[in-house]
Design a protein around this ligand. Structure first.
Ligand SMILES: Nc1ncnc2c1ncn2[C@@H]1O[C@H](COP(=O)(O)OP(=O)(O)OP(=O)(O)O)[C@@H](O)[C@H]1O
Length: 693
């Protein structure tokens, strides 16, 4: 295998850091190859002897291998972190360029140790901050609230951030005079300071103490050039990707265990109005830090927030991918003008682990599943990009999960964003792979396979038995004659020759079988990965389908409801029209009945007048109790009876209508009609009619 290729197309320089093993009783499966070069670059891994299935030796190439005795400073200086920081600062009159440094490894292999250090040693993050503050020194702007620099920094932010100065932020988090320091609003939206401080007294117990923070390794001997014509500002933000969702680590959310009701709001990675060409995590809390001490306090505050749960594999294990972002803002010190931003992102990836080893359960097992899934996608992306080094143009599938989107989307800008300015093109990223040479063979080899820059598989030859045979007892001729497939030659030299060739065939076939078995295992792993991503895609599709179904259903419901309303209105109008028509008919009938009644009465009166002139003369009225008077009264009663029957019919009809219709309008109308009918009814008959109701 040739030394690791360094084509310009590769996105990462990959370094391997070995940690002093915690499994001293285990056999060592990982060995560093000796070399004449200044630093080792190749390792080999040999499966443990108790693993009977595989005996192939795999050889991996890295940009550089750091052995167990490597110190934090060796990593800082030896991984190119320094030149990356220089690139972020930008040279004289030039914009800085984004940089990404990440750690990858099995859980407990030393990722956080490398990136964040421990109680006694500093990690790459703290050293990077120290170098940055030293380099920018007295060219850092004064950005207290109300200062013009603060407003211009807040206005220049494209990610809809909530921006604070470190003093106000730390006061709000831990102090008691936060209200005094509450700023007047800058252009960017900003949280109320008091919203940070849900319980200052409990928080004050957790105040990070600068004196307790490690001071070594010191970086006094490191001096990076910065632009003497520029003024700078250093802005810090922190977030984590937990269960494929982005959470702000500086938003002041209280830890869930103490306040189970506090729900963290997930942030979106998206294009904003001011950032149409590149995606940003929108709505983050960003802190303008004026000194290293402030930055370290902010870092500790964010780390406290980070989700940490113990698992069987590592007592203090990071269950999320932690992103620590240092934005270096720069502008011409005299002309002022707009700020340019370049970001150094330091990523502490969650550890991959085998659920069997981790003894996790419930939510933690689900977390492990999400972590492994996102790392599998990261592996696919890294493998694709390393395959692309030989000129192939595979598409790097970085949109599969939040982690790969965050890591890669700005390295593969969309076609619309291709014209982005040079300073938006990121620098080559640094990946530090950590491994325990006596740890979990399977998990470690899997990570090495997709992160290494090159890989080669060899199979150790089976020791030839010929020499043993030659050196040892000569085979008896009788034995050779019984050998299956024997040629029948009986001379010892012929038998030895045959044995030798059989041995070499066996050895060749064994090697081939070994390689095929290894390829099969790899293919199986790849198939499983593809199946998993297929499943994830299917689930996403199902979710989408459900969403679309829900939307369609809601739209349909709305349309049906609108149609129902329209139909009911039309029906009511029609019913009212019909009622009107019926009312008119009833009126006509009533009028006709009245007219008929009046006519009859008139006739009766006329008849009475005509016939009574003689009667009156004779002193008799029409009501006289003679034959004629009785007839008239009988006739009048008959007519009244008939009239009453008709009226009752009409009223019954109306009552039925009222009973059928709930419309108050109709009820009123019928009552009105009844009332007018009643008015017309002979008062003598009213009693009888009322009882009919
Ligand atoms: N190179 C090293 N030298 C000394 N101690 C180390 C080294 N690497 C790791 N350790 C120690 O091993 C323990 C586990 O390491 P660390 O927490 O960094 O693992 P990790 O890979 O970040 O795990 P996880 O993914 O679960 O967070 C820590 O106590 C750490 O200090």
């Amino acid at each position: 295998m040739e030394p690791p290729p360094r084509p310009s197309s590769s996105l990462f320089d990959v370094y391997l850091r070995l940690r002093p093993s915690t499994h001293s009783a285990n056999p060592r499966f990982l060995n560093v190859e000796e070399t004449d070069a200044p630093h080792p670059t190749h390792i080999t891994i040999k499966p443990p002897t108790n693993d009977n299935r595989k005996r192939a030796v795999e050889r991996f190439a890295f940009t550089r291998v750091f052995e167990e005795d490597a110190e934090q400073m060796d990593l800082f200086k030896g991984t190119g972190a320094l030149s990356m920081i220089e690139g972020v600062l930008g040279g004289h009159g030039r914009h800085g360029r984004d940089g990404l440094l990440a750690t990858l490894g099995v859980t407990g292999s030393g990722k956080s140790h490398t990136i964040l250090g421990t109680k006694t040693v500093r990690g790459i993050t703290q050293m990077s901050l120290d170098v940055l503050f030293q380099a920018t020194g007295n060219r850092l702007v004064q950005s207290f609230y109300g200062a013009p620099a603060f407003s211009s920094l807040a206005a220049a932010d494209v990610s809809e951030a909530n921006m604070f100065t470190a003093t106000a932020y730390l006061d709000a988090m831990y102090g008691d005079n936060q209200s005094e320091r509450c700023p007047s609003r800058a252009q960017t939206s900003m949280l109320e300071c008091s919203s940070f401080l849900t319980n200052p007294s409990s928080r004050s117990k957790n105040i990070p103490r600068l004196s307790a923070m490690p001071q070594s390794p010191a970086i006094e001997d490191i001096e990076l050039p910065s632009d003497p014509t520029a003024e700078y500002a250093i802005v810090i933000s922190m977030y984590e990707v937990y269960n494929d969702r982005i959470f702000d680590l500086l938003a002041g959310n209280v830890s869930k265990s103490k306040h189970p009701n506090v729900k963290r709001r997930a942030l979106l990675f998206k294009n904003t109005e001011q950032s149409p060409d590149r995606k940003v995590v929108a709505g983050l809390t960003k802190i303008i830090c004026g000194s290293l001490e402030e930055a370290l306090m902010v870092l500790e505050t964010g780390l406290m927030e980070r989700k940490v749960a113990g698992t069987g594999s590592n007592a203090v294990s990071s269950r999320s991918h932690g992103f620590f972002c240092i934005e270096v803002k720069k502008r011409n010190a005299e002309r002022k003008g707009p700020w340019s931003t370049s970001t150094l992102s330091i990523v502490d990836l969650a550890g991959s682990e085998r659920a069997r080893n981790a003894k996790t359960a419930g939510a933690t097992l689900a977390e492990a599943g999400k972590i492994n899934e996102s790392l599998m996608y990261l592996g696919q992306c890294m493998q694709m990009q390393s395959d692309n080094q030989d000129g192939s143009r595979n598409i790097v599938p970085f949109r599969q999960c939040k982690l790969t989107e965050l890591l890669f989307s700005n390295s593969f800008p969309s076609t619309t964003a291709r014209q982005t300015t040079h300073h938006h093109q990121p620098q080559k990223s640094i990946m530090i792979v950590t491994a325990d040479p006596k740890g979990d063979f399977n998990a470690t080899s899997q990570i090495l396979r997709y992160s290494a820059l090159a890989r080669e598989v060899t199979v150790p030859r089976i020791p030839s038995t010929t020499s043993t045979i030659l050196a040892g007892t000569r085979p008896k001729s009788s034995a050779s004659s019984h050998m299956p497939g024997g040629s029948g030659r009986s001379t010892p030299s012929a038998i030895l020759e045959e044995l030798d060739s059989a041995n070499s065939t066996i050895s060749r076939l064994t090697s081939e079988i070994e390689i095929l078995a290894l390829r099969l295992a790899e293919e199986t792993a790849r198939r499983k990965a593809v199946e998993q991503s297929w499943q994830a895609a299917e689930m996403r599709m199902q979710d989408l389908e459900q969403e679309i179904r829900d939307e369609c259903f809601a739209a349909m419901e709305e349309a049906v409801e609108a149609e129902r309303r329209r139909w009911r209105c039309a029906w009511e109008v029609e019913a009212e029209n019909q009622e009107g028509r019926l009312d008119a008919k009833i009126d006509v009938v009533i009028q006709a009945a009245r007219a008929e009644e009046r006519e009859r009465l008139r006739k009766l009166e006329r008849g009475f007048d005509g016939s009574s002139s003689s009667g009156r003369k004779e002193g008799k009225g029409w009501w006289a109790d003679d034959e004629e008077g009785r007839e008239v009264r009988l006739r009048v009663r008959e007519l009244e009876e008939e009239n009453r029957g008709l009226r009752m019919k009409v009223e019954r009809g109306e009552r039925e209508k009222v009973a059928k219709s709930a419309s108050p309008v109709k009820v009123r109308r019928v009552l009105k009609a009844n009332a007018s009918a009643k008015r017309w009814v002979d008062p003598e008959r009213m009693e009888g009619l009322d009882s009919d109701y």
